[in-house]
Write a protein that binds this ligand. Structure first.
Ligand SMILES: [Ca+2]
Length: 151
């Protein structure tokens, strides 16, 4: 199920807007997209955004702090529930962009998050090429999605 979710998100075509500035907490500055604040933007960040988003739309508390939601809001778009009571900063679109960024950087480590979110031609090409070069699966031990180059 998780693999299907990843594939659906990675293959989706949602439109996203612009990135916002990095967030500072105390004296530490975090990179946009680094939701778990471990210094890397990868599938773990996308997973956190998805879990938080799912809980929020189910009217649960969510698992992210406000700061983490700002870091996860890579498209800069804020959504509201139908009632308008729940503001969702980091959503499925953001999770998709984080996954795309992870995929693209497997082949093009110099590609920026801005280029991926902006869906530049180069970023889109790199994304499609990387999908063909790698297979993706959920590693139970690491508790995250990982990539393995195809033989
Ligand atoms: Ca991270």
């Amino acid at each position: 199920m998780k693999k299907k979710l990843l594939a659906a998100l990675a293959a989706g075509t949602m439109l996203c807007g612009m990135l916002t500035a990095p967030v500072s907490a105390a004296e530490t500055s975090y990179q946009m997209g680094d939701v778990n604040m471990d210094g890397v933007v990868d599938t773990a960040d996308a997973q956190l955004v998805l879990v938080d988003y799912t809980q929020l739309i189910c009217r649960k508390k969510g698992i992210l702090t406000d700061e983490q939601r700002i870091l996860g809001n890579v498209d800069g778009v804020t959504e509201f529930t139908r009632s308008g009571n729940i503001e969702i900063k980091a959503s499925i679109c953001d999770a998709q962009m984080l996954l795309r960024y992870y995929v693209v950087r497997l082949s093009k480590s110099d590609m920026t998050l801005e280029e991926v979110v902006g869906r530049t031609f180069e970023a889109e090409q790199a994304y499609l090429e990387t999908l063909e070069r790698y297979r993706f699966y959920y590693d139970e031990e690491l508790e995250r999605f990982v990539a393995e180059e195809r033989q």
